[in-house]
Each structure stands twice: as C-alpha cells, then as structure tokens.
Design a protein around this ligand. Structure first.
Ligand SMILES: *Cc1c(COP(=O)(O)O)cnc(C)c1O
Length: 500
C-alpha cells in the first residue's frame, strides 16, 4: 500500500494507467493499426515461417520480474504481430471459413474491454445484457426466425452447435437426464447427421456423455446432400431396436463444400416424428439473405434451434458464435438451475435476461458489442450486398478455374469452390494416377499455404484430394479471384516437375 506520498487516498498499482497515459499510448496504437489496415493488401497473406522461426522472434523465456511501461510494450508488440501472423483479413485469404474482420469490431472490443461488463448476470451488465438481447433479436430477424426466440452469444460455431444439441437433448429425452444420465435401461438417445457434418458432432457426443455410437451418419447423395429416405429408414430401425431418436441436424451450408441439405424435407420429417430439428448454419445461415442462395435455406426458419457464427459470414472479429432456440424455455430447461422466473407473456415489464442461465458460461464477456455495431454499420442492405458479392465472386472463381485446361472444377455452393490441378500428361481414373493426383494436389496446397500469395485449404470428395477456396471476405475483388487459376497452375507445374 506504499505510495510514498503519505496520502491515504492514493495507491500505487502496477497496472493502473492515467487517462493521459492511456490517451498517448492508445493513439499511437490506433495509428499503427490504421497503417496496418491500409498496407494489408500489399503484404503476403502469411509469412509462412516454421514454428521455430516464429518462436525465435519472441524474446525472453522467463516471466519478467519487474514491469515494463505500457508505452514501451505497445511500441514493440504491433510489429511482432504484423510480421509473424497469417492475415485472414487479406483479400486473398480463402482458407477455411474464416472471415475478414470488420474494423469496427476491433474498436468495439476495445470499448467493451474498457467498460468490462460481466454479461453473465443482468445486475452486472445492465446495458450490455440489453444489447446482447437486442443483437439476438436482430440476428433472428435477419434470418427470418421468430424474434421471440431465446438465444445466447458463444465463442463460435462449435459451442453454438453444442448449445443447440444440449437444448434439444433436454427437450426430447423421455426421462430425466439431469438426474439419471443419458442412457436408460440400455436405451440410447440417437442423433442423426449427414456424413458431411462438421467434427463438432463427434466432440458433442464424446463430451456430453452420449458416445459416438449414438450418432448416425446418414449417407449423402451425389450432390453431397443428406439422403432423407435413408434418414427415415434409420430412424425406423432405431425405434425398432428400442432406442430413442431425438434430433436431426441439417446443414445450412456444409463446412467442406457449402452444400445445403434438403432442409424442407428434414423439417417435415422431424415434425412427423416429433424430433428436434437443429440447423448447423455456422457458415451458411447468413446466405439466406442472398438471392444467389438455394431456396431450401428458407426452411431453416422451421428449426427448433439454429447455430450461426457472426465471426464467419457476418464478419465480426473472433470470437462470436450464436445459438437461437425457437422456444426460450428450452434454453432455460437445459442450462438454468433455478425455477423459471422469466416471463414470456409480455404482460409485465420483462426482467433483463441473465445469460448465465442460457448457456455453458458463468462469467461472460461483451461479445455482443462488435456484432451489434457491425450490424448497424452495414445495415441489412450492407450485409446482403457483402454476402451476395462473396457468392458471386466464388461463382466467378469457379468459372475461371473451369476454363483453365490444367484445372478441374469440382463443386461450387454458396461461396465455396473446390477444384484440383491435373497436369496435361496425367489422365485421372486409374488408381495409380488418382493417387498421384492426390499427392500432387496435397503438395500444391502445402506450398500455397506456405508461400503467402493466396491461401486456400482442402477437401476430400470420393477419395479425391481437392483444393478448396472459401470466400467469406469483403476485401476480395474480382481481380483477386481471377488471379487464382494462374497461381495454382504455376505452382502445380513446379511441384509436378519435382515429383516426376
Ligand atoms: C466453422 C463451422 C463450425 C465450427 O465453428 P467454429 O466457429 O470454428 O467453432 C461448425 N459447423 C460448420 C458448418 C462450420 O462451418
């Protein structure tokens, strides 16, 4: 408590900053970030360094004993990050479904951290909790989902799907799973997903005690969509075996290829069979806004729960996922330990939602602010424009790939396109040549990911290794996508020459 001045009202704290200190350090930091944003398109997508190169850029391996001023730290640290990072905000970043981040989101996170509300409890975060509630209503409105739904912001698509899974399981299990667990006299609670479902379902089945054998991976048709006839047959088989079907997961854009499952048929089957209908829209849900998207996406509006990811196609900085649940009681049923006091009848003043009762977390940060501000900066129109442009750019990329004699275009759905390099002296179709092409294209992806000119990822369809470009990026231009074929072919020729 020593402060040297003898004034009991003052205290020295190593982490405190005065307003003046904050202003001068903060202004410099903001200037550096502004320069970085302007330079971004001219930097490589990634420096492509090895882990040990990255590690050696970090000095000092022991915890400092004495402190350093914020001014000195923030002078040096921006370059450390700018020089040794992969930039998913680069116009030519098309790897995985990770988006460019709206700059307003960075400012929102700064403001959110400065106020630092704990959005677990309403009493600790009066305005932040209301803003999160409004954000959830707006996200529902954006998707055409009832705005009377319950919802919660989470870290991302994995947890958003977990929350839908847990709410659905609680709603449909015929016995008290909170007390008795998830197996009853050998009867298991069964979940149905398409073979193209993201790995979150494995984690959910493993971590929440149902086990992976409780998941039925329904085969897909030639267009990679869930076979609803096989889904129905499997449900009937499970009932005959004494198990308890509870839930079907439909994809509103699979992570691999952007395929939309036959959501209207799945919705109808769930209604008929009294099953929970969960939609994994972590990637594709916002495509419902676009005239370019398949009309089947509209059936997402019939779901009991939807997982979506504002940090994907709503361009919020990481992390922001969201679960929407048609009937808010089902969220409280799964996550609240208290009698339900929240009134849904709108007859009296509604208490603010206590978000700890709606999900897995207790203390919670103010993720909503960046999503809420992004939605307002763009407006519905701005969001529709960006998402639709991403889809059109992906279509243009696919056309350009298809037009190149050394590239083979495979799939194009929403804003994901898959393709591979096939050298002129290789004819696909024999096991030897196919396995050579797999190896060749895998090496092309590795080299592209290392060199930093463009960044793509991969997918495997019918045992063929493919390059995969996902445009969830408001900085990508037509010139960027039209540059892709030549870059892939140039690298492809190099790798082919080395391998043969
Ligand atoms: C990205 C994705 C997930 C996982 O989301 P995270 O935000 O990475 O946790 C789940 N499902 C689909 C369809 C996805 O695209």
């Amino acid at each position: 408590m020593e402060n040297g001045s003898g004034d009991e009202r003052q205290r020295y704290a190593a982490l405190e900053m005065t307003g003046d200190d904050f202003r001068s350090v903060g202004q410099q930091l903001i200037d550096r970030i502004a320069e970085f944003l302007d330079e971004l398109p001219h930097r490589p997508v990634t420096p492509g360094e090895s882990p040990s190169e990255v590690r050696s850029a970090l000095s000092g391996d022991t915890l400092p004993n004495s402190g350093t001023t914020a001014a000195r730290l923030l002078e040096a640290i921006p370059d450390l990050l700018f020089e040794h990072s992969l930039f998913n905000g680069h116009p030519r970043f098309w790897g995985y479904v990770t988006s460019s981040a709206a700059p307003i989101g960075a400012l929102a996170d700064l403001l959110a951290a400065a106020v630092n509300p704990n959005v677990g409890g309403a009493i600790l975060s009066p305005m932040a909790s209301e803003i999160e509630s409004q954000t959830i209503r707006w996200l529902a409105e954006l998707l055409g989902y009832p705005t009377t739904c319950g919802g919660v912001l989470v870290s991302g698509g994995n947890v958003a799907n977990f929350v839908g899974f847990l709410a659905g399981r609680q709603a449909k299990a015929p016995w008290d799973i909170k007390t008795r667990g998830v197996v009853d006299h050998g009867r298991h609670l069964i979940t149905y997903v398409s073979a193209e479902t993201h790995t979150w379902i494995d984690k959910a089945a493993e971590l929440f005690g149902q086990g992976r054998e409780s998941v039925r991976w329904i085969p897909v048709d030639d267009d990679l969509r869930m076979r609803v006839d096989l889904l129905r047959a499997q449900i009937e088989q499970d009932r005959a075996d004494g198990h308890v079907p509870i839930m079907v997961v439909g994809a509103a854009g699979t992570v691999g290829t952007g395929v939309v499952d036959p959501l209207p048929e799945i919705a109808a089957l769930c209604k008929e069979q009294d099953l929970w209908f969960h939609v994994d829209g972590a990637y594709g849900a916002p495509a419902i806004l676009s005239p370019e998207a398949p009309p089947e996406l509209q059936a997402m509006q019939e779901a009991d729960s939807i997982a979506m990811d504002p940090h994907k196609w709503l361009y919020a900085p990481l992390e922001a996922g969201c679960t929407l649940v048609r009937d808010p009681h089902h969220l409280l049923g799964a996550f609240s330990h208290h009698p339900v006091y929240y009134r849904f009848d709108e007859t009296t003043e509604q208490p603010t939602v206590n978000f700890y009762e709606y999900g897995l977390q207790n203390s919670r940060g103010f993720r909503a602010l960046k999503v809420w501000l992004g939605l307002q900066q763009a407006g519905r129109e701005g969001m529709v424009q960006m998402v639709s442009d991403d889809i059109r750019l992906s279509q243009a990329m696919h056309k350009a790939v298809a037009a190149h004699p050394e590239l083979e275009a495979w799939t194009q759905h929403l804003s994901i396109s898959t393709f591979r390099y096939v050298p002129e002296d290789v004819t696909p179709g024999t096991p030897e040549e196919d396995s050579y092409l797999n190896e060749l294209n895998e090496k092309i992806v590795e080299r592209l990911q290392h060199e930093g000119e463009v960044f793509v990822s991969n997918h495997v369809i019918r045992d063929q290794y493919l390059l995969r470009a996902c445009i969830v990026n408001f900085r990508t231009t037509l010139a960027d996508v039209l540059a892709l074929p030549e870059i892939v072919v140039r690298v492809g020729r190099e790798v082919h020459a080395e391998m043969r």
